[in-house]
Design a protein around this ligand. Structure first.
Ligand code: FAD
Ligand code: SF4
Length: 463
């Protein structure tokens, strides 16, 4: 295969018109020939900047080199030393602002497609049944991990590799956190990818107990005082949705993005074989401009709706990944930018019939450096709608902090934890991921889970 070193080997994707009508994965990934060709673009830099951009410090030049040589099994071993969820990260990490954003090849041409190569290696390893190496020496200490999202899975996997007896407690009936209930099937297949990577974590010896809500079924204090857990990691995420507080927001047909996505992804409402109710809607507005808003909009589109994103700033400030915005546009999602809802209009039966909005313009930059939107006087207008999906961000659920003695939280209800090793104000309790930072990314949650595992190991080694 001929390679232009300045250009990426193109990635195959489902046609936009076809994929807008199905829930199959959009990106089809590289085959072995394409992956080897793309890997040959890597300069194998001595002072590899890409590694500095990776929150879990994968040895990127080493794995890319193995791909170039066709040694896919060895490439997979290099990656799995640093990451428990490579098939997930290869699909959903914002590589453009991390490893690929720092790639030296990117100075003159396009950066190496590190994420797509990681995805190729992880998929190859799964298809060829390559399993992670097990720890031979067991330690006589028990650790409880709360939440089975990327933070909890990573922390649990790292501790199991060190020989600890680890149990994850998960509130939902399926493990995976946002990977199963939030990110849609067409970006991250659940059975083929997420379930398989969770099986790999279980293969390390990690036990997972689902349907256990810490703070209700039992508490952290009970786990430590009565059930013999020597340390606890909290990776309970930030699943509590925010709303705007405008009139009409409690009407039938208004969803939080989390609820809408959970019904479709976790409860499989998109699949005719399941009974989960969802209101797909004919004319849907999604309020917000992040990745979650793009996922909700693209899900509603696939369920048959005409969908408009309503966002109060301009395209430049859209917080979603460029790739997600590009895919949403290709599929036919409309964008009503510099627009802010002021009221949801409700019909005589309590259902959404529309939304009143105002147009905005960008004023002076605020403390964050972003230009604040200002209302244009007299710009009010109505949108005719039957469904509104609010995607305005989330915060941690206060259930755990309110039921755990001595656990400090900040004013945003995020658990206060030291950045280096995730130590909280309560002895033996560590935390990381969205529960600490507020809504962030998969790889940052994984990095925090890994760091906390080191902290817990140091704590238990001295105990
Ligand atoms: P979570 O994944 O939220 O997992 C927390 C788990 O804890 C959940 O399973 C929850 O049920 C469980 N839990 C909560 N409370 C309790 C309790 N009391 N007892 C027991 N269990 C409990 N990031 C990216 O990098 N790329 C993307 O493309 C991307 N897209 C996203 C799309 C959507 C729709 C959403 C919602 C988020 C997206 N993110 C993305 C963000 C990313 O998924 C999160 O930052 C990441 O999952 C955080 O991991 P976590 O382990 O901290 O928490
Ligand atoms: Fe290869 Fe880019 Fe990393 Fe250099 S910075 S080793 S070119 S991936």
């Amino acid at each position: 295969m001929e390679v232009d070193v300045l250009k990426r080997v193109p990635i195959r994707e489902q046609d936009p018109k076809v994929r807008a009508t199905n829930f199959d994965e959009v990106c089809l990934g590289y085959n072995a020939e394409e992956a080897t060709a793309e890997a040959s673009r890597c300069l194998n830099c001595k002072n590899a900047q890409c590694v500095k951009g990776c929150p879990v410090a994968i040895d990127i030049p080493a794995f890319v080199h193995e791909v170039k040589e066709g040694n896919f099994e060895e490439a997979s071993r290099v990656i799995s030393k640093a990451s428990a969820l490579p098939a997930v990260c290869g699909r959903v990490c914002p590589q453009e602002s991390q490893c690929e954003g720092k790639c030296i090849r990117g100075f003159k041409g396009e950066p190496v497609s590190i994420g797509k190569l990681e995805r190729f290696v992880a998929d190859w390893a799964r298809e060829n049944n390559i399993k992670p190496e097990l720890c031979k020496e067991k330690k006589d200490k028990k650790v409880a991990v709360i939440g089975s999202g990327p933070a909890g899975l990573t922390c649990a996997g790292e501790l199991a590799k060190m020989g600890y007896d680890v149990t994850i407690f998960e509130a939902l009936h399926e493990p995976g956190g946002v990977l199963v209930y939030g990110i849609p099937e067409f970006r991250l297949p659940k059975q083929k990818v997420v379930a398989e990577e969770i099986e790999n974590v279980k293969a390390l010896g990690v036990k997972i107990e689902t349907n256990v809500i810490i703070g209700k079924s039992t508490t952290i204090d009970e786990l430590m005082e009565d059930e013999g857990y020597d340390a606890v990691f909290i990776g309970s995420g930030a699943g509590l949705p925010r709303f705007m507080g405008i009139p009409g927001e409690t009407a039938n047909g208004v969803f939080s993005a989390n609820e809408y996505l959970t019904r479709s992804n976790l409860m499989k409402a998109f699949d005719e074989d399941y009974d989960t109710p969802i209101k797909p809607g004919k004319k849907v507005a999604v309020v917000g401009g992040g990745n979650v808003a793009m996922d909700a909009a693209r899900t509603a589109l696939r369920l048959g709706a005409d969908v408009t994103i309503v966002y109060r700033r301009s395209e430049e400030e859209l917080p979603a990944r460029v790739e997600e915005v590009h895919h949403a546009k290709e599929e036919g999602i409309k964008f009503n930018l510099l627009t802010n809802p002021t009221e949801i209009l409700v019909d005589e039966n309590g259902w959404v019939r529309g939304m009143t909005c105002v147009k905005m313009e960008l004023g002076e930059p605020d403390e964050s450096g972003r230009r604040s939107p200002v209302v244009i006087e007299g710009s009010e207008f109505e949108m005719e709608l039957d469904t509104v999906i609010m995607s305005l961000g989330t915060s941690p659920n206060p259930l755990i902090s309110s039921t755990t003695k001595g656990l400090e939280v900040n004013r945003r209800k995020c658990i206060v934890a030291e950045e280096e090793f995730g130590k909280t104000s309560k002895e033996g309790v560590y935390a990381g991921g969205d529960a600490v930072t507020g809504a962030a990314t998969v790889i940052l949650a994984m990095g925090a889970g890994k760091a906390a595992a080191k902290g817990i190991d140091a704590y238990l080694s001295e105990k």
